[in-house]
Design a protein around this ligand. Sequence first.
Ligand code: ATP
Ligand code: MG
Length: 242
Amino acid sequence: MIDIKDVHKKFGQKVVLDGVTTQIQDGKTTVFIGPSGCGKSTILKIILRLIEPDSGSINVDDQDILKYSQKKIDDFRSTAGMVFQSAALFDSLSMWENVGFALLEREHKKRDEVKKIASEKLRIVGLEGSEDLFPSELSGGMQKRAAIARAIAQDPKLIFYDEPTTGLDPITSTVIEELMKKLQVDMGITSVIVTHQHSTIFNNADIITMFHKGKVYATGVPDEFINAKDELVRNFIEGRVS
Ligand SMILES: Nc1ncnc2c1ncn2[C@@H]1O[C@H](COP(=O)(O)OP(=O)(O)OP(=O)(O)O)[C@@H](O)[C@H]1O
Ligand SMILES: [Mg+2]
């Protein structure tokens, strides 16, 4: 479990996170929702130590990861995959090199071995045979799947997906939703999905966490959101979400 307590973050004068307290349960899918600009991507980057918060604590196995040494940050990152809001593939690298990037650059594994692992990950996401293609040769949906293949390259215990289905047609979205579910259920990967997309929320969430004005506004199982009386939650559920 990841135990996030009272995390604050300002960019300049702008308060983005104003005391975020929430938990991410092991082995489950937690979906983060909330209006554009409310800090959802920021909190993911803080957990991965890509952005430093101003204050707060984030405990994993009873240790505050905000106090980790660089070595422990690197170890933690190798157990956590991230699918960024843009697929963020390297245009000049082939698919297998993209997928195996951390294995080549951080773990210094041999190219033959990495290509084998990358092929297996590409197969899991339904992109077998694309090892030697370049990102520009793939559709947006395929690039998202490739980004997921890269996120699972180091067999993570945890994956963060930042808007994995945004901008995709409904069929491709469903493919990605099923893939995220498969990784969580079959491989037991704890998953955090940031999304605005209704289908993704209700197809994937075990727990929904709603952010508003720099804080967690509501947390619950999907049924609690569907049956909620609160106006902000209702607006969201009825699709009046920004
Ligand atoms: N590195 C940065 N420097 C300055 N401001 C930033 C930085 N990163 C984020 N912000 C600001 O913090 C706020 C929250 O950004 P964030 O990307 O976390 O929002 P979000 O909830 O993910 O929004 P969206 O749903 O549109 O992706 C925004 O106002 C953004 O402009
Ligand atoms: Mg975002």
